[in-house]
Each structure stands twice: as C-alpha cells, then as structure tokens.
Write a protein that binds this ligand. Structure first.
Ligand code: PTJ
Length: 255
C-alpha cells in the first residue's frame, strides 16, 4: 500500500498498474523497462504537462476531429495505464480502437481487448484473424493490422510506440500522433504530431480537448493544423529540459 502523501505517489501508482498488468499477462517485461525510461524523461520535464504538450494536444484533437477514419492503437502499457481514457476518446471523436502489439501473442490480444471492454469498449479491432492486413517494410509483429482499422486509417494515435512503425505509417501517408516522454526517440521525431508528456496526463487532456473542440468548424480545425509545427514543439521540449537542468544545477550550487 503506497501512502498518498508519498512524494512519488503518482509515479509509484503507475508502476503498480503496470506490474499488475504484467502479473495478469498482458504487459510484457519490456513494458516495465519502457516505463522506467519514460519516468526518467518525466523527471527531467518536471512531471507536469508543459505548454509544448498542450499545443500538441490541441493539434492532435483537431487532426482526430478532421479525420475520415481515425484509429487509436493500444499496446500492453497503454491498456494498463489509460484504458478508461482510450474508451472515452474513442467515443468523443469517434474513433476505432485497435490492439497492436510489438510482442504479439493471441493471449495478450485477448486480454487487452478484455481490459478495454471492461472499461466500456464496444468493439476492439486487431485481435486474432482480424489482424490480417500487413504494413509493408515493417518486420516486427506490429506489421499485422486490422484491414478495417489501422490499415485503412488516415489518422492513427500511437501512444508509446516504436520508431519503425511510426516511420512505416508515415510512409503510407497517414497522420501519426504519438505520445512519448522522450523527445529524442525515433517515434517522437518521426510522428506528425508529438505530445511530449506522460500518457496518464496527456490522455485525459486529449479527451477534454476533443470534447471542447467538437463544435468548431472545419476551417477552424484546419487552421489549428496549418499553424502547428512539430519540429518547433520538439525543440521547445528539449530547450525546456535544458533550462530546467541549468536551474536545478544553480539551486544545488546555491543551497
Ligand atoms: O505491448 P507491446 O508488445 O506492444 O510492447 C510495448 C512496449 C512499450 C514494450 C514497446 O512498444 C517498446 O519496446 O517500446 P519502446 O521502444 O521502449 O518505446 C517506448 C517509449 O515510450 C519510450 O520512448 C519511452 O520514453 C516512452 N514512454 C514510456 N512510458 C511512458 C512513455 N511515454 C509517455 N508516457 C509514459 N508513461
């Protein structure tokens, strides 16, 4: 039991959720390592949603609302950390939900679909034979996708992704929205819109942004995207980390 006044309460709770997912068999051990890598960047970012992430969230909401065929891709870590928000987002947009795994197994697909359904999902693509289309030039198990989902999608939200697939999806002409705490990851660099934030903070904000912008005109949404520059957003994230480290060093020197 983690005491709520523990200074790292939130972060420890997230770890517990992943460990629980691991024990239930739908989070892979590599997912625990990925979370640790993310935590390190979250520490450097200040463990708060920053302005550059809010800007990317607004652009992501606009892209999802403008999409003809938007899909939310879910892996083990996403199912453990934000299952409710995935379902809320899929209803608010509306968008399809697809299980897509790097370390694919039928058992994990079933378990992740079950977690999502427990949180209200009516339908989950990408399970078993449904993942019968292939993304060309991709060699991980992520290449197998649903013909009705990611294969057909024009906009794909890929929280916690690996770089190869982001690049492959971009080559197919899709708009890729990534959520990644590491602004230097290949995913962050290759995505069309990169939300540099923890998915546990970014997903609820993305749901709110979609609900808030739902009645905006097409022209307004298109303007949001026209004025969005992912390179500038990634550069802001790096400058934020660098400034923060300088301030922390100054505080230590003067303490
Ligand atoms: O469930 P599977 O089989 O699809 O596998 C999922 C993992 C996450 C193991 C797989 O996609 C993987 O190996 O991912 P990577 O290449 O380790 O990339 C994960 C990225 O997510 C890294 O850049 C981390 O910094 C970032 N990350 C980790 N935890 C979070 C995060 N970003 C946002 N929020 C987090 N909580």
């Amino acid at each position: 039991m983690i005491p709520p006044n523990h200074p790292r309460y939130r972060s420890l709770l997230e770890r517990e959720r992943l460990v629980e997912g691991f024990r239930e068999g739908y989070v892979v051990p590599q997912g625990l390592i990925a979370q640790g890598r993310g935590e390190c960047f979250d520490y450097l970012l200040g463990e708060e949603t920053q302005q550059f992430a809010l800007e990317a969230i607004t652009a992501a909401a606009a892209a999802l609302l403008l999409a003809k065929h938007p899909v939310i891709s879910v892996n083990g870590n996403v199912a453990a950390l934000t299952p409710r928000e995935v379902v809320e987002l899929s209803e608010a947009v509306p968008a399809l939900i697809e299980v897509n795994l790097f370390y694919r197994s039928r058992e994990r697909e079933d378990k992740i679909a079950e977690v999502l359904k427990r949180h209200g999902a009516k339908s989950v693509l990408g399970v078993g034979d449904d993942a019968s289309c292939t993304i060309p030039e991709l060699f991980s198990e992520r290449r197998r996708v649903s013909c009705e989902g990611i294969y057909k999608a024009d906009v794909v939200l890929v929280p916690l992704e690996d770089g190869d697939r982001t690049q492959a999806l971009r080559r197919l002409g899709k708009t890729v929205i990534a959520i990644d705490l590491n602004p230097l990851s290949r995913t962050a660099q290759a995505a069309s819109i990169t939300i540099v934030d923890n998915i546990t903070r970014a997903m609820p904000r993305l749901v709110d942004a979609v609900r808030r912008m739902k009645n905006a005109s097409r022209e307004e949404l298109e303007n949001v995207l026209k004025n969005y520059d992912n390179k500038r957003v990634l550069a802001s994230a790096l400058l934020h980390i660098s400034k923060r480290i300088e301030e922390l060093a100054k505080n230590i020197r003067e303490s």
